[in-house]
Design a protein around this ligand. Structure first.
Ligand SMILES: Nc1ncnc2c1ncn2[C@@H]1O[C@H](COP(=O)(O)OP(=O)(O)O)[C@@H](O)[C@H]1O
Ligand SMILES: [Mg+2]
Length: 157
C-alpha cells in the first residue's frame, strides 16, 4: 500500500473564471483518490476546494490553487492551497460566519469549506490578498485494515 502516498505529486491551476473552477474540482478529486481518500472524503474535499476556488473568481478576480500529497502510509492526505492577490478580507471572523456575504451570495462557502476538511487555515491582508490552506486525511481505520491484511487485499478480496 505504499503507493497510497506517492510524494511529490503536485499540480497548479491558474484560476480566472468558472471553467478553471471545474478543473480545480477535477484535480482535487484525482489527487484525493490517489491518496486513498474514500468517495465521501473525496467529495467533501472537492466541494470545499470548489468553494475557495469560486471565491477567487468572485471576490478576488483571479489567483491560483496548488495541490500536494501529504504523509506516509497509513496516514495519507491531500493539501490544497488557494492563493490570490485580491482585495483581502477585512474581518475573517465575519467572513467565516454562516450567511455572511459582501456580494449578495449565500455566504456559506467559507464556513461550509471549513466543516468539510480536517484542517482549515486562512490568512488575509487587506489590499494584499488571501491564502487558504486545506488539509484532508484518509480515515486511518480503513488504511490500518489494508496494512493488517496485505495478502487478502492484494488478491482483490
Ligand atoms: N478570496 C477572497 N478574497 C476576498 N474576499 C473573500 C475571498 N473569499 C471570501 N471572501 C469574503 O468572505 C465572504 C464570505 O465568503 P463565502 O462564505 O464564500 O460567501 P459568498 O462567496 O457567498 O459571499 C465573501 O462575501 C467575501 O466578502
Ligand atoms: Mg463563496
Amino acid at each position: 500500500m505504499t503507493d497510497l502516498c506517492p510524494h511529490g505529486i503536485q499540480a497548479r491551476v491558474q484560476v480566472t473564471d468558472d471553467s478553471d473552477v471545474v478543473v480545480v474540482r477535477r484535480r482535487a478529486r484525482e489527487l484525493a483518490a490517489r491518496q486513498g481518500l474514500s468517495g465521501a472524503e473525496t467529495e467533501s474535499l472537492a466541494t470545499a476546494v470548489t468553494e475557495v476556488a469560486r471565491n477567487i473568481v468572485v471576490h478576488a478576480g483571479g489567483g491560483e490553487v496548488l495541490f500536494g500529497a501529504l504523509g506516509q502510509a497509513p496516514r495519507c492526505g491531500v493539501i490544497v492551497i488557494a492563493h490570490d492577490s485580491g482585495p483581502g478580507i477585512p474581518s475573517i471572523e465575519q467572513a467565516m460566519q454562516d450567511g455572511f456575504s459582501t456580494k449578495g451570495g449565500l455566504g456559506y462557502g467559507l464556513a461550509g469549506a471549513r466543516r468539510l476538511v480536517d484542517e482549515f487555515e486562512i490568512e488575509s491582508t487587506v489590499d494584499a490578498g488571501t491564502t487558504i490552506t486545506l488539509r484532508k486525511w484518509a480515515a486511518t481505520e480503513r488504511l490500518r485494515v489494508f496494512r493488517a491484511c496485505p495478502s487478502s487485499t492484494s488478491k482483490g478480496a
